[in-house]
Design a protein around this ligand. Structure first.
Ligand code: FES
Length: 184
């Protein structure tokens, strides 16, 4: 083989090696990005579009919600829990209010009376304050349990266990009739 041909073969070999490395790098990068997306919290994928954001308020009828039941509605593209609390659930929440030591021991001390407008209804964002997953009903405190990393919330939506740093957020709302609220 001539000197020229040898040089060309070497160049081609190096080019092929660089191309293979580039493809490997891209595959790895997309693989990592894909895994990160899969692990991304559920509510982040529900970021509201501009037109949803524009709907700043949502009216909710509570007349179809008997004591002990809850429903989830969407406000500005994010889920909100509306719980019609039983007398026992209200009493559980108020027990903490009335015990200064237990109240002070909360990660995010807040009285139930400061979290509700009408004690019969708890209205909170259905977004875990840890990384944004949607909690489900249950747990050791008769409220909600986050399936992602195990945070638990009580019948006032207050953080009682797990990595969540704060209580479930209470959105702005008001009663516009006995059984009708306006969120936002
Ligand atoms: S997102 Fe709820 S505990 Fe982590």
């Amino acid at each position: 083989m001539s000197q020229d041909a040898t040089t060309k073969a070497a160049d081609k070999s190096q080019h092929d090696a660089e191309r293979r490395q580039f493809l490997t790098d891209m595959t790895t990068a997309f693989g990592v990005a894909g895994a990160a997306c899969a692990a991304y919290p559920f509510v982040t994928s529900m970021n509201p579009s501009a037109d949803v954001k524009a709907q700043a308020t949502t009216e909710v009828d509570l007349s179809d919600l008997p004591a002990g039941k809850s429903k989830t509605i969407l406000w500005r593209g994010k889920p909100v829990f509306i719980k019609h609390r039983t007398a026992e659930e209200i009493a559980e929440a108020r027990e903490i209010d009335n015990d200064p030591e237990k109240l002070a021991a909360l990660a995010d001390p807040q009285k139930d009376t400061d979290r509700v407008v009408n004690e019969n209804y708890l209205i909170v964002m259905a977004v875990c304050t840890h990384l944004g997953c949607v909690p489900m009903e249950g747990g050791n405190y008769d409220g909600w349990l986050c399936p992602c990393h195990g945070s638990q919330f009580d019948t006032s939506g207050r953080r009682r266990a797990g990595p969540a740093p704060a209580n479930l957020e209470v959105p702005p709302y008001k009663f516009i009739a006995d059984e009708r609220i306006l969120i936002g």
